[in-house]
Design a protein around this ligand. Structure first.
Ligand SMILES: NC(=O)c1ccc[n+]([C@@H]2O[C@H](COP(=O)([O-])OP(=O)(O)OC[C@H]3O[C@@H](n4cnc5c(N)ncnc54)[C@H](OP(=O)(O)O)[C@@H]3O)[C@@H](O)[C@H]2O)c1
Length: 300
């Protein structure tokens, strides 16, 4: 019998990439909002109980970090209560739950990259709701993998890189925050690592737990923005803005409804040692993504 995998969040940045990597592992049922709304627990139960998966992969989440400050109930319902239900159902079915969490569970005051056992202390509603989701999985007694990742970008959906490319066509000058450090993580990489981890958990070479997942190296939003514009111009994208027209500013000069951690760096030693892999550096992944966007634009 092939392994049955149920995926929530099939339309998201990570979800759309998982649709490419998971079918090689078994029988995949991708699920979107129309099949199961995470704010409607009965619809989730119905999907899980009718499919009886061996593995639930949850790439669905409420990810609007700033809007969460004014929609705490919605953020909690999707990021905490729905996740709690998935964990309970996984426990009943003796299924694995593979879930994604965030650097925003930390307050960013550590001066080193965060390891999995560091004390979380989220600064905003989004981070709190994701931490509650993590907690309910751990308490449920189900078999689980939680990948904590950061600064996600992908081909489907909106993200920082796409926003910078749009603004690079509209602006002659751009101010970008230069005092928050982290690593931009590609949805492709997350989906590929997930597909490597699943055989490892099923084969017993990887145990349950939380694992940080990010590329190697780290940067700032400002440095990332400059690299994006520079690479896009080199690759032939017609942009008015030049990298040197992106100016560094401080977080305090760019107020947002939700406070962000100044340090979002995640130590990935546990993941790389467990899976015996080397993670690519963030620059090569970003370059690959830009080249993909340039090719897509040329095709249209
Ligand atoms: N984005 C980041 O920078 C970032 C950083 C760190 C960690 N993460 C974590 O990584 C994971 C994947 O993030 P992502 O960037 O791929 O997210 P995303 O692109 O925002 O996608 C979110 C997905 O959740 C679905 N969803 C939201 N509300 C739903 C509901 N009520 N019912 C059913 N589905 C619902 C969306 O469906 P619709 O398309 O129908 O709305 C979409 O498929 C999440 O757990 C996130 O917390 C993300």
């Amino acid at each position: 019998m092939p392994v049955k995998i149920l995926l929530f969040g099939k339309t998201g940045q990570v979800g759309t990439e998982l649709i490419r990597t998971l079918p090689q592992l078994g029988q995949l049922k991708p699920c979107g909002r129309e099949e199961a709304n995470l704010e409607d627990q009965e619809s989730m139960k119905a999907v899980i109980r009718s499919y009886c998966p061996d593995i639930i992969v949850n790439a669905a989440a409420y990810t609007a970090v700033d809007r969460a400050e004014t929609e705490p109930d919605k953020a909690n319902s999707i990021n905490a209560e729905a996740v709690s239900l998935m964990a309970e159902e996984a426990k009943c079915l003796d299924a694995w739950l593979v879930h994604y969490s965030t650097d925003y569970v930390f307050d960013g005051t550590k001066d080193q990259p965060y390891i999995e056992t560091d004390q979380p202390n989220p600064l905003g509603i989004y981070g709190k709701s994701k931490l509650q989701g993590e907690g309910s999985i751990r308490r449920s007694g189900c078999k689980y993998l939680i990948f904590r990742t950061s600064w996600v970008y992908g081909a489907h959906g909106s993200n920082f890189i796409k926003t910078i490319l749009r603004l690079a066509r509209e602006r002659e000058m751009l101010d970008v925050v230069a005092d928050q450090r982290g690593a931009p993580t590609s949805a492709v990489q997350i989906a590929e690592i997930t597909a490597q981890a699943i055989p490892a958990i099923l084969g017993g070479t990887m145990g349950a737990g939380i694992f940080n997942l990010a590329p190697s190296g780290d940067t700032t939003w400002h440095e990332l923005a400059r690299r994006v514009v520079s690479r896009a111009r080199q690759s032939g994208m017609l942009l008015d803005l030049k990298p040197e027209q992106i100016r560094p500013i401080k977080t305090k000069d760019y107020p947002t409804p939700a406070k962000r951690p100044m340090n979002s760096r995640l130590d990935t030693s546990l993941l790389t040692q467990t899976l015996d892999i080397t993670l690519p550096d963030w620059q090569s992944e970003v370059d690959c993504f830009i080249d993909y966007l340039v090719r897509e634009e040329a095709r249209q």
